[in-house]
Design a protein around this ligand. Structure first.
Ligand code: SF4
Length: 418
């Protein structure tokens, strides 16, 4: 069973529960007449004013990197050539459902945000990029209901960890494989057909649409995050909208993970965090300072009896299997990290092997064409930093969990879309 929660203060507009667009979390697909009645798709007369507002409140992209949205919009607007805009709804992290939920339930909010992004950048062409069949159906239907004047194509891809990376998005829309390319150039410099291209996460676009409709609440809208919360032991998973700075303990309690002993952050991108996890707050900068990352906002809680070595081995094995096998350092690096963790799980990693793993986790980040290698390295570095006792225990006795390793298919982290 999956729940949908809002922790936003009463009266604050949000994407799940909104006094502007609806009083209850959406269960079905949003209603176009109701959306129009509250100002949806209203013409944008002063595009620079909206862009300035986005800059002033510091809206950051919700795809994972947290890049300032206004900087990206201005770069695309100011680059030579006719801009293209893309709503990116391909969430490769197995533990995240927010983008598919938005596409399935709030397609007009996303299309409105895409249209606003086109207006701010001068784009005449847009794409919605996704992998989920139900999301595709909802978006195609919404397009027939409300043509925005922007030419929008829907492009479906096969789901994969790297398929939502911005250069992979451009490559797939151009008819190639959904695999990252070397940077530079980044899409905002030369993307689809060589045009400056804004690849924006669908939650980012949805927040732009709400900020336009509720200018007085822009700061609160920019500060709220959609997060997917899941945990081990078959516990309840949930989609929640929470203000920036929310204690992870509050989230864990709300979503039925109050007994958690550790958390895997950012999908697989933010690493494993043990003792002290409950003091962490949902905030890009604070989590980075703690050696983690918010990423796409997916959190997977572990029970005290869960084995962090087993979880890290499963995560690294999944990432190695998902490597696009384009960069030599990623092929050998993810394979080496996953293999060494598997040896650690079997109790076969001596001090020299552990030191080697620590060195790799420092040297490998930033050397692949995308963030997959960084994610695998962070899983390793945080395991080594936060769970030395649990690692040592694997050398002293057989770990019952690791003795029966799970398949590296990401199944442990997968969450059903509510
Ligand atoms: S880092 Fe890995 S997953 Fe990313 S592009 Fe290179 S080979 Fe592919």
């Amino acid at each position: 069973m999956t729940g949908v929660h809002s922790l936003l203060p009463e009266g604050q507009p949000g994407l799940l529960v909104s006094p502007v667009f609806g009083a209850e979390p959406y269960r079905g697909v949003e209603d176009l007449p109701a959306y129009l009645a509250v100002g949806g798709y209203a013409p944008l007369t002063m595009r620079d004013r909206l862009l300035d507002r986005i800059h002033a409140v510091g809206l950051r992209g919700r795809g994972g990197a947290g890049f300032p949205t206004a900087v990206k919009l201005r770069a695309v607007r100011d680059a030579p050539g006719r801009a293209v805009v893309v709503a990116n709804g391909e969430e490769g992290e197995p533990g995240s459902v927010k983008d598919r939920w938005l596409l399935r339930h709030r397609p007009h909010l996303i299309l409105d945000g895409l249209w606003l992004a086109a207006a701010m950048t001068g784009a005449e062409r847009g794409f919605v990029y996704l992998s989920d069949a139900r999301a595709e159906q909802a978006v195609r239907h919404a397009l027939t209901e409300r043509p925005t004047g922007l030419s929008v194509d829907v492009v479906r891809t096969d789901p994969a960890y790297v398929a939502g990376e911005e250069t992979a998005v451009v490559r797939r829309i151009e008819g190639g494989p959904a695999l990252p390319t070397a940077k530079p150039p980044r899409p905002f410099e030369a993307g689809i057909g060589g045009a400056p291209t804004l690849v924006a996460n669908v939650e980012t676009l949805a927040r732009i649409a709400v900020m336009r409709a509720c200018p007085d609440a822009a700061a609160a809208v920019a500060g709220a995050h959609l997060v997917t919360v899941s945990g081990s032991g078959g516990s309840t998973a949930a989609l929640a909208e929470v203000p920036v700075g929310t204690h992870l303990k509050v989230l864990a309690d709300l979503c039925g993970h109050g007994r958690a002993g550790a958390v895997l952050l950012g999908g697989l991108f933010g690493g494993l965090h043990g003792a002290g996890w409950s003091d962490l707050r949902l905030d890009h900068d604070r989590l980075r300072a703690a050696g983690g990352a918010l990423g796409c906002g997916a959190l997977h809680f572990l029970l005290p009896e869960d084995c962090p070595v087993a979880v890290a081995t499963e995560a690294a094995g999944y990432l190695a299997a998902q490597s696009a096998r384009q960069c030599g350092v990623c092929i050998s690096g993810t394979g080496a990290l996953a293999g060494s963790l598997a040896a650690m799980a079997r109790g076969e990693a001596d001090d020299a092997a552990t030191d080697r793993l620590r060195r790799w986790s420092r040297e490998l980040p930033g050397r692949g064409a995308c963030g997959l290698l960084d994610a695998a390295a962070r899983v390793v570095s945080t395991l080594l930093a936060h769970f030395p006792g649990r690692i040592a225990a694997h050398r002293e006795a057989t770990c019952p969990t690791c003795a029966d390793p799970a398949p590296h298919d990401g199944r442990r982290f997968a969450v059903p879309v509510p």
